[in-house]
Design a protein around this ligand. Structure first.
Ligand SMILES: [Zn+2]
Length: 195
């Protein structure tokens, strides 16, 4: 199953999960929850600045920041990077215990703290090697405007949900874990057969 990136490099989607047979983006309600969450999050992220640039320049000089081209981490705990600052992230992840936070929502915060403390990759630290994707093997990806329109079409009348999914509200409903019912049955017991 081919993997594709949309909008920003980094997050990868299974082609079959998000595109229909005619290489169109599927209706959002047909996309599994996890890739849908990332897809919607991407809509909120694509025009954001690189996190490291932003930490350097701040809101007052946000025009000096490079627009992010790369995203790592979990939705709402992600790291946004420009190619210039990607080596700092790779160094943190590989050499400064950043990988210990993989999968956590605090992933982004931990990296930002590391950067804010004045850390960076040593001079000349290599960037990650990117495998060139075979352009003939990929569908035509919808551009960001297209995704935005589809998101809005797909959730017409439910725009509040979009904002929530895209992380633009602080109102996060906790999902209730199914509680395992207490049971006195010992499943390891070998019951005699009735034969
Ligand atoms: Zn940057």
């Amino acid at each position: 199953m081919a993997k594709v990136s949309i909008g920003l490099r980094g997050w990868r989607f299974d082609e079959d999960e998000i595109f229909s047979g005619d290489e169109e983006l599927k209706p959002l309600d047909e996309i599994p929850e996890e890739p849908r969450e990332r897809l919607l999050r991407l809509v909120a992220l694509v025009e954001e600045p690189c996190d490291v640039c932003y930490l350097d320049y701040g809101e007052e000089e946000v025009h000096r920041c490079n627009q992010a081209e790369i995203v790592y981490g979990e939705p709402k705990g992600e790291v946004l990077l420009c190619p210039e600052h990607e080596p700092d992230f790779i160094y943190w992840f590989r050499e400064a215990d950043g990988s210990e936070h993989a999968g956590d929502l605090e992933f982004g915060d931990r990296f930002h703290e590391w950067v804010a403390a004045g850390n960076e990759a040593p001079e000349g630290y290599g960037s990650v090697e990117h495998v060139e994707e075979d352009p003939d093997g990929l569908p035509d990806l919808p551009d960001q405007q297209d995704i935005q329109e589809r998101v809005e079409q797909g959730f017409e009348g439910e725009r509040i949900d979009i904002r929530e999914l895209a992380g633009e509200t602080d109102d996060e409903d906790e999902l209730n874990e199914d509680e395992l019912a207490d049971s006195d049955v010992d499943l390891s017991t070998d019951y005699p057969s009735n034969r």
